[in-house]
Write a protein that binds this ligand. Structure first.
Ligand code: AMP
Length: 189
């Protein structure tokens, strides 16, 4: 089963995807974590993308597609994966669709987490203090929210056409939100 977890920065994708990966028994892939590891490794790619992450800009479709598809080709991911933070543009979604189609697979569900924008800013500022992420500053947070609206939210319409979108209210405790997500899969079972 291939599941995409979508939502603006701060909505709780990381927290929920870590729980959902256990519930669904499929591996999890976070594109943001992969990119941060790449930067930490000091590789050429890491150096090339560091400014993008710091400024809250998306890295190029080509760079992210290459990295993600290589990962999805690994044996543990061929039967399914929970995708956290990928795809983030229509072009990425089309690349993923084609990749899966060639392997007789498909995206089975898209979970879209929705929350009040002011709550998101509050959560992200508190995460910036705790985890020290370079992109959790007020200016960058606002920018990332704009990038999400402009470049990523059109994906909801794209996947809606396939009838696989589930919008989840992401306000409330992590437990309450997780219960709402799980309900999607209980219905599917
Ligand atoms: P995240 O951890 O998902 O919030 O991602 C952190 C940052 O990594 C984003 O603000 C982007 O700069 C970059 N990033 C993560 N996933 C993607 C993607 N699918 N396409 C382009 N950039 C990405």
């Amino acid at each position: 089963m291939f599941v995409i977890l979508m939502g603006p920065a701060g909505v709780g994708k990381g927290t929920q995807s870590k729980r959902l990966t256990e519930y669904l028994k499929v591996p999890r892939m976070s594109s943001g974590e992969m990119l941060r590891q790449e930067i930490q490794s000091g590789s050429t790619l890491g150096q090339a993308i560091a400014d993008h992450l710091r400024n809250g800009e998306l890295v190029s479709d080509e760079q992210i597609n290459t990295m993600v598809l290589k990962h999805l080709e690994e044996p543990q991911n061929v039967n399914g994966c929970l995708l956290d933070g990928y795809p983030r543009t229509i072009a990425q979604a089309e690349t993923l669709d084609q990749f899966l189609r060639e392997r007789q697979r498909t995206v089975n569900a898209v979970i879209v987490m929705v929350a009040d924008p002011e709550e998101l800013v509050r959560r992200l500022l508190s995460r910036g203090n705790i985890e020290g992420r370079s992109d959790d500053t007020l200016d960058t947070i606002r920018h990332r929210t704009g990038v999400y609206e402009k470049q990523t939210s059109p994906l909801v319409g794209y996947y809606r056409r396939a009838g696989i979108v589930h919008e989840i209210d992401a306000m409330g405790t992590p437990d309450a939100v997780f219960e709402r997500i799980v309900r999607v899969f209980e219905h599917a079972a």
